[in-house]
Ligand binder design. Structure first.
Ligand code: ASP
Length: 355
């Protein structure tokens, strides 16, 4: 009898083991299917500010919409063909950097000294690697240099001349500063300087509440993407604020403020009044609210952009995508240049509050 009992137990054990093996196999298979089935998506911004329909001509609006569409299509094609999120982010941002319409690369605003100082950053959500450059003056596409810092240096952030020495070791060409001259940006600088002078002549403090000065920053560009492998990436590139001095650096090159990506949560790119975005740690805070409080991307984005930043006195917006392809395009200004394209290729472009 004992012999039969022992045999019975061995039999039960073999069946149990087999069941477990099957479960394990099914588990990894369903994980694999999930990974393969990952939706993908991409979202971009071209800056947030007092962007009002009544101040816009039809042709300028058409130019913005068409450049946003061109840029996002480039990134979307990369993702559709199985390319990675980081490549989609940087190639998309390159298009915006090369356009004079946006305050980044070619269209960068002028500093008080009539120069252009550019900032950019990227973050890879899969590895949590990041790269950033601040205050570069001879780099046509600062986002590419941020990637080089991430991939080929031991550092996260390089600035000014040193960043450009590093750029040369990476084969970057130094671009003549005259490349960044655009009449529109130069006139904005003169306008602000004249206002500043008039205010100082009347012994008045220069007010950053002045709508023109306040909005002298908008046009920064950024992108966040989710690829077919479930990897997230984000990047941001800017000329900063018109009339900035003393090598002022905003949030755009600061990981956690201007840019953040983490496969566990989301990828975020910010635009707005940098000083406030640094203090509110905007991009990381959105991710942290998802990670630690279980908020959805949309809930986290509105918490930070509609409550936390305005409570400090700041304004601006973000674009973000989570690890399931949900997108947020949240801003507390009158408008934000923005676009989103999902895996099905459906495109949404917006400029003003509701369209
Ligand atoms: N955040 C940028 C900065 O403060 C400007 C902007 O996004 O409008 O430099």
């Amino acid at each position: 009898m004992r012999k039969y009992l022992a045999l019975f137990f061995v039999f039960v054990l073999i069946i149990a083991c087999n069941e477990q093996k099957n479960e394990a196999l099914n588990g990894s298979e369903s994980e694999k299917t999930e990974a393969e089935d990952h939706g993908f998506g991409i979202v971009i911004h071209g800056g947030a500010g007092t962007i009002l329909k009544e101040n816009m001509t039809d042709s300028l609006e058409a130019a913005y919409r068409s450049k946003l569409k061109e840029a996002i299509t480039v990134g979307h094609e990369i993702l559709k063909n199985g390319g990675n999120a980081m490549e989609a982010v940087t190639k998309t941002i390159n298009i915006l950097e090369d356009s004079p319409l946006f305050n980044a690369g070619k269209g960068a605003v002028f500093t008080h000294e009539e120069t252009n100082e550019l900032d950019a950053s990227v973050m890879d959500g899969a590895t949590l690697n990041a790269g950033a450059v601040a205050g570069v003056t001879h780099i046509k596409n600062p986002i590419d240099l941020a990637v080089a810092v991430m991939d080929n240096s031991d550092h996260v952030m390089l600035s000014g001349k040193g960043a450009e020495v590093f750029a040369q070791t990476q084969g970057f060409e130094l671009t003549a500063p005259s490349y960044f001259y655009t009449e529109k940006r130069f006139r904005s600088l003169q306008y602000i300087k004249d206002k500043e002078k008039a205010q100082l002549d009347h012994d008045q403090k220069v007010s950053f509440e002045d709508p023109f000065i306040k909005d002298s920053k908008f046009g920064t560009v950024g992108c966040a993407a989710l690829d077919k492998n479930g990897n997230l990436a984000a990047g941001t590139s800017t000329g900063g604020m018109t009339n900035k001095r003393w090598n002022r650096i905003g949030d755009a090159p600061i990981i956690g403020a201007g840019t953040y990506a983490n496969n566990a949560t989301c990828a975020v790119s910010s635009t707005g009044w940098g000083e406030y975005f640094i203090r509110a740690m905007v991009a990381y805070d959105i991710s942290a609210l998802m990670e630690y409080k279980g908020l959805s991307l949309q809930e986290a984005a509105s918490e930070v952009i509609q409550k936390k930043v305005p409570a400090l006195g700041g304004d601006g917006g973000i674009v973000a995508i989570d690890n399931k392809g949900n997108v947020a395009m949240e801003f507390n200004t009158a408008g934000m240049y923005r676009a989103h394209m999902n895996a099905a290729g459906e495109l949404v472009i917006g400029i003003y509050k509701n369209h």
